[in-house]
Design a protein around this ligand. Sequence first.
Ligand code: 18C
Length: 247
Amino acid sequence: SVHTRDQVELPPPAIDNRLTVHPLWSEIDRISTEQIQAAFEGVGGEIGWQLFAEEGDMRMYRREMEVDGMVTDPLKAMHKVRGVTAREMCHYFFNPRYRYEWETTLETMTIVEEISSDALVFHQTFKRIWPASQRDALFWSHVRQSTDNTYAVTNHSTTNVDYPANTSACIRLFVTVCLACRSSWPAGATPTRENITTSIAYCSTVNPGGWAPAGVLRAVYKREYPKFLKRFTNYVVEQCRDKPIAI
Ligand code: 18C
């Protein structure tokens, strides 16, 4: 049945052996560990995170940053979602089968390499924003359990000789994204769709890779990130509604 197939493809509780023998393993392991740790750090303290969007339990913060004159503002978002688990959230974010259903910036998505059940390499092209050139990205994506009831997906740009940058109509952008999720439910109780809450930390840094007007870029950023997080979390809640809970 569909349920059995979905269960089988849920993020594995331990790292897939095929990933640990891949040439990208040490980079994937290092960056994922760093990103997951940073995702759960607060937004207080010295580095000035500024709140720019707030709706229900969702809060979005950014830091103004430029690299070689290009806007690369890091984003950090926090959210709380009821009725779904961390593992389910990460399943829908990682698995390409669902991507077109929640990702609205996509034009095309190609699986470049299937490293293992928990690691893939993607090539994606994005919708063009006037007056800038169209962008594409090439990145690895890795899903893992970190601690109990905590799962995370990390995406990070990579290279591949078959997918050279800046050759066709597209400018290659660079991305580091981490979606880290932790579930909790009342102590002593059995987790159910009625009593479970998942805290989400989503961090993203996108370097546009080439000229893009700063004003347009910040406007897209401000509009698209809240839209993404609301749409994605609502999508997962809908998908999970009548399925058995997967802890
Ligand atoms: O994390 C997300 N998605 C994952 C799966 O796709 C993956 C994707 C990472 C790529 C993010 C970069 C997206 C750039 C999109 C540019 C075009 C947008 C067109 C929209 C118009 C309808 O990790 C969810 C990602 C949510 C992305 C929100 C938008 C972020 C914008 C940041 C600025 C991008 C600058 C690009 C240059 C554009 C020129 C003005």
